[in-house]
Design a protein around this ligand. Structure first.
Ligand code: ADP
Ligand code: MG
Length: 608
């Protein structure tokens, strides 16, 4: 069978190319809106019918086109935006390929009305299936209005491929929403089947988010910004406690263009590592601004995919910036604990309470209590045993041979002079903490794990190692695999506080352990640590350093079943709320569960 190669007739080539740019009505809407933005519009109106299948109209108040430009606009590769290859490297406008209008016109019936502000009269152009039917003068408002009817009328394959009206509508809504987020100063109106869907006035970026997502969601976000020579990153990050099951709204804009880029998304997401439970996702809106030379947006006709010149530094920059923002943000819950002495050191718990958004009422209550304390107490009796425990004692708390014995916690009434809210340990597992608006339940193991994890991470970058020398060194026999792993981690283990001597290939002598290791645990901790490290190998993305810190904190932390004295609980809480991320353990499990009074009232059927 002989084959003949045929050059495609131009109209067919156009139809094929059109399919790449305009896959569905939403893509046409996106291109038309981008053109309006490029034309410096302040106001854009989008009107659709039947999910955009039968009717799309985009009206702007931008520059408009001269009669000459108007008749050229529908020719393929007609663009006013680039003319040289250098321009292509330095793209700052939304469109640049000069194929959007041609592609849309190839597969629909288009009518354009346009007028430059300085011109008296406008131009009307009608195109059907790519052929210009008419160019004439018309009286019209300054700016441009483009109407697209019967999309894909001449490509039934495409048309049949479209989803139901609701689905196509949703895609268009998403396109408009993305533009609305990244261009808060733009007036936008969206009408679908005669119904007003959006009516947005120029505003700040935060206002815009509130209008689009509602007050509640806006409150679950906080703003951040980071600037380096490489790039500027800014936007809004969802607080971890508002993360939802399943993917939520995640927006990434590169030079104000909505983009899909796995690497950026992953970097943002990775920064939330250890903050979220498995399967829950944070909302975020991230704006990246970088020199256009460092990024290639000409990867795909939809211009949504981008490639970076230096993907890995970009990744690290984003990861570090988001991490920093998350840890700098006040993620500490309100804790209604106080010390009896007004001149005692401010503990981390108190600090947490004071800096949290607890409101004036709580602060007044606090003042009242302190005044009462002062009046009721003899001056030299102001320090209770609990107040002696401050962060200074933290390190010794679980390490200097403190035996963990059971002691029933006192229940004190708030009227007792020097009252310090009691803590209760239940089932040698959880600590109940009264707070100013309810109570908090803390998982003691998870809490200590979080404390030790952050301390371990800090140790890796410290120069002086803190180690407890053992009077009786332990000799451990390792498997060949474990010995190899030990070699690989040796540097980090030493930083952590292990003092190890290797004999032969598989014998190791432990003559010092990190100070956080509890008495009785010195002989087994190393082997336990290695075992857990190996188990955690699904987490390939983590650096060995973090994995090691995770394994160590898990194994060295107090366990469920360890009874704690009140002083120990208090110290643990102080340490916990001094960490950067007290809400979740290094494995992402929650550390603290809060139960508010209003929740309790609701459950008991009290209505106030
Ligand atoms: P591109 O945007 O890639 O240049 P398009 O096919 O989308 O290509 O548009 C072709 C040209 O038509 C643009 O370069 C611009 O000069 C002009 N144009 C399109 N839409 C508008 C508009 N809404 N206002 C003013 N000019 C427009
Ligand atoms: Mg364009």
């Amino acid at each position: 069978m002989s084959q003949t190669i045929k050059i495609l007739p131009p109209t067919l080539a156009d139809k094929i190319a059109a399919g790449e740019v305009v896959q569905r009505p939403a893509a046409a809407v996106k291109e038309l809106i981008e053109n309006s933005i490029d034309a410096q519009a302040n106001s854009i109106t989008v009107i659709i019918k039947d999910g955009g299948k039968s009717f799309i109209q985009v009206v702007d108040d931008g520059t408009g086109m001269s009669p000459e430009d108007a008749s050229l606009a529908f020719a393929r590769h007609a663009t006013s935006k680039i003319s040289t290859y250098e321009d292509l490297e330095n793209i700052r406008t939304m469109g640049f390929r000069g194929e959007a209008l041609a592609s849309i016109a190839a597969v629909s019936l288009v009518e354009m009305r346009t007028r430059q502000h300085s011109d008296e009269i406008g131009t009307r152009v009608r195109v059907e299936g790519g052929a210009v039917l008419e160019t004439s003068e018309v009286a019209t408002n300054p700016g441009t209005s483009i109407t697209v009817r019967n999309l894909f009328f001449n490509t039934p394959g495409r048309r049949n491929f479209l989803k139901g009206d609701n689905t196509e509508y949703k895609h268009i809504y998403d396109v408009i929403q993305r533009v609305a987020i990244s261009h808060p100063n733009l007036s936008m109106r969206f009408v679908s089947d005669g119904e007003d869907i959006l009516q947005l006035h120029p505003s700040t970026s935060q206002e815009r988010l509130r209008e689009l997502f509602g007050e509640k969601l806006e409150q679950s976000l906080f703003a951040f910004r980071e600037e380096t020579e490489l790039a500027v990153i800014s936007g809004y990050l969802g607080k971890p406690e508002f993360a939802r099951k399943g993917r939520t709204e995640q927006y990434i804009f590169l030079n104000n263009r909505y983009v899909l880029n796995r690497s950026i998304s992953h970097a943002v997401f990775q920064a939330y590592e250890n903050l979220l439970e498995k399967g829950s996702f944070p909302m975020f809106v991230v704006f990246l601004t970088i020199d256009p030379h460092r990024v290639d947006v000409n990867v795909h006709p939809s211009k949504m995919e981008v490639k970076f010149a230096d993907e890995s530094s970009m990744y690290r920059f984003i990861l570090a910036s988001v991490r920093k923002a998350l840890s700098a943000h006040d993620l500490i819950p309100a804790v209604g604990m106080r010390e009896s002495s007004s001149n005692s050191e401010v503990t981390a718990v108190q600090f947490a309470m004071r800096t949290s958004a607890s409101g004036d009422r709580a602060r007044k209550w606090e003042e009242l209590l302190q005044k009462a304390d002062h009046a009721l107490q003899p001056a030299d009796d102001k320090r209770t045993a609990e107040t002696e425990l401050s962060l200074k004692h933290v390190d010794s708390m679980f390490t200097e041979g403190n035996t963990l014995t059971k002691s029933p916690s006192r229940i004190e009434s708030p009227t007792t002079p020097g009252w310090v809210p009691s803590l209760w340990q239940v089932h040698s597992k959880y600590i109940i903490v009264p707070t100013q608006d309810g109570l908090m339940i803390v998982d003691q193991h998870a809490a200590h794990e979080r404390v030790l994890f952050e301390r371990a991470i800090a140790r890796f970058s410290e120069t002086n190692t803190k180690s407890q020398q053992l009077l009786f060194p332990h000799t451990i026999q390792l498997t060949a695999g474990d010995a190899a792993l030990l070699q690989q981690l040796l540097h980090f283990l030493e930083r952590l506080g292990f003092s190890l001597k290797l004999f032969g290939k598989t014998t190791v002598i432990v003559d010092g352990v990190p100070i956080d290791v509890r008495p009785g645990n010195e002989g087994t901790i190393l082997q336990e640590l290695l075992d857990l490290y190996k188990e955690d190998d699904h987490n390939l993305k983590l650096e060995p350093r973090e994995k090691l810190a995770k394994s160590f904190s898990c194994k060295a932390a107090i366990k469920a079943g360890d009874p704690l004295k009140e002083a120990e609980m208090r110290s643990l809480l102080d340490q916990l709320f001094a960490t950067e991320i007290p809400y979740s353990c290094p494995h992402g499990r929650p550390v603290v569960i809060k139960l508010s009074l209003s929740e309790l009232d609701r459950r008991f059927g009290r209505t106030s």
